[in-house]
Design a protein around this ligand. Structure first.
Ligand code: GAR
Length: 207
């Protein structure tokens, strides 16, 4: 029997993917509950979304810590206190450290606005335009120690038009992110993801 999963969402800014998850949860699209939102940025618009959605949130202001280790200690402690089944990096703009990755191995997923392994890191849409690719997209993957390199759960392609700019491309990709991320969360919450080394098998739905 599938149990209701406890989900933490981490984000650093606008929070539109976080909103997509809130909306999906409200529609019962996955057997999970967003128990907490955590941000490293006190000015993140996502905080407002948490307030409106009545989701408890923590602001762990990165700038108040002496170094990344101290920040991550606090982050880890906060996450552990929530006893999550799943942590979703939804626009979280920091590389998660080894200790946290190890602690939540196979329970930590990230969304990236490119078809990995192409264009990892920041400004993925700009990288795609500068490279001149005809197709890019978004990727949802498990997080491992190596940045943007964990086992892939889902990918969706997006075509790059002739006169595309970063903003128009980011917007097109984002529309698919908002569909793919809740779907990946659904697959996780339904215990349908089996990780075997680099490969993620998606089990059929049990009716
Ligand atoms: C999204 O496009 C997400 O894929 C990207 O940041 C944006 C956040 O938007 N994430 C990364 O680039 C991570 N490397 P949102 O705050 O509106 O969800």
């Amino acid at each position: 029997m599938v149990t209701i999963k406890r989900i933490i969402v981490l984000g650093s800014g606008r929070g539109s993917n976080f909103q997509a998850l809130i909306d999906a949860e409200r529609k019962n699209l996955f057997p999970g509950r967003i128990i907490t939102f955590i941000t490293d940025n006190p000015n993140a618009h996502a905080i407002e979304r948490a307030r409106k959605g009545e989701i408890p949130f923590f602001i762990i202001d990165f700038s108040l810590f002496h170094n990344k280790n101290q920040y991550e200690e606090k982050l880890l402690e906060t996450m552990l206190s929530c006893a999550p089944d799943l942590i979703v990096l939804a626009g979280y703009m920091r590389i998660v450290g080894e200790k946290i990755v190890k602690q939540f191995k196979n329970h930590l997923i990230n969304i990236h606005p490119a078809l990995l392994p192409s264009f990892p890191g920041l400004n993925a849409q700009l990288q795609a335009i500068e490279y001149g690719v005809r197709i890019t997209g978004c990727t949802i993957h498990f997080v491992t120690e190596e940045m943007d390199a964990g086992p892939i759960i889902l990918q969706k392609e997006v075509y790059v038009d002739e006169n595309e700019n970063v903003e128009s491309l980011a917007e097109k990709i984002l529309a698919f992110e908002h569909k793919c991320l809740p779907y990946a969360v659904k697959l996780f919450c339904e215990d349908r993801l089996i990780i075997n080394d680099r490969h993620v098998k998606i089990l059929p739905r049990v009716s």
